[in-house]
Write a protein that binds this ligand. Sequence first.
Ligand code: GLU
Length: 393
Amino acid sequence: MIETILSDRVVQSAPSTTVGIADKVKRLREAGHEVYDFSAGRAFEHTPRYVIDAATKAMEAGDTHQTMGQGTLDYRKACARKLARENGIDADPESEIVATMGCKQGLVISLLTLLNPGDEVIVEDPCFVSYKQTIDYLGGNYVAVPLLESNDFRWKGKQLESVITDKTRAVILCTPQNPTGVVHTKEDLEEIAKVAIKHNLTVITDEPYERMTWDARRHVNLATLPGMAERTITLMSLTKSFSMGGWRIGFAHASPRKIEQMTKLQQHLITCASSFVQAGAITAFGEPPKDEVLDYWKQWEEKVAHFTTSLDKIEGLKCYTPEGGFYGWMDISKLGISSEQFCERLLEEKQVALIPGSSFGKQGENYVRVTCVKSWDEINAGLKGIREFVKDL
Ligand code: GLU
């Protein structure tokens, strides 16, 4: 028998909990089991009709060929219109935008552009489950800086600056934050900007939830702060806001020098983002969101508030209502059970799927993440299951 030699880095890495648990739910459903799924961040609603129509029309008109590696100019112009209209960012579509297959793929080319082997990247702890793994795959080292509950899940004082070394190249910042739901204020961002400027760092802002801020909160883009346009890579996508997760489409905005390198990477790694997907996405980014999309967001705000406040009322649980995005971050420390055991047993015993907080980082150990934007029936069934499970523990 031939012994295949594989990459240690890949073999030793853990699978993604978000995608992995959602895959497990799919397998269970295929086998005929009823499962209530609040695992990966996927909303109940489908992509709005007008976006599907635009993509279909493009496909039927022959837009089935590869585009420029950077993405079509029309798509990049639509992204630039969105940035000007909603974010106060003045972007040149020729040189400052590249089409990506969602924020995750945007992160890969951002890190590839910035890192030499052994360079350090600072991440929030807890943070999205794939950051650390991606940095590791690319030969970088991650440095996790705690987001403490006692600091409202924000970096305070010298926390960020104290971990900087001569190897630090970048910071990854997610706002609205996954999993805590924090929407970084202008003051939070000013503190981070100060450190980035002082130590010559690039900040990659992962912003797939930026159109979803609740209770009249406003999303602020780090790139709009003085001195930050040059040192920010802004990642956006339609995965969450337009329920377009399966389309895999987004973009990165950065300085021309960085976009030139990122485009080179797209040419080699994926050739380009899908052609008709870009055509559909033009309507979603290029024009203000239509009523049906605004209605999604309104419903999501209601669901997020209802689900998290109902969970918070369960004896033994404390659940934070997110300031933005669609995750409840639930403190289970009073239950005397690990977040992994909690999620495994809840799925086994009550068929309710959540994500263990430990997969988001050390600070996540006493928490679990709940995706709140499912159908009302699923939400109610999930609440019932969690209530009964906690009562019987
Ligand atoms: N980003 C989403 C989440 O946090 C979707 C799953 C994934 O792509 O990892 O659940």
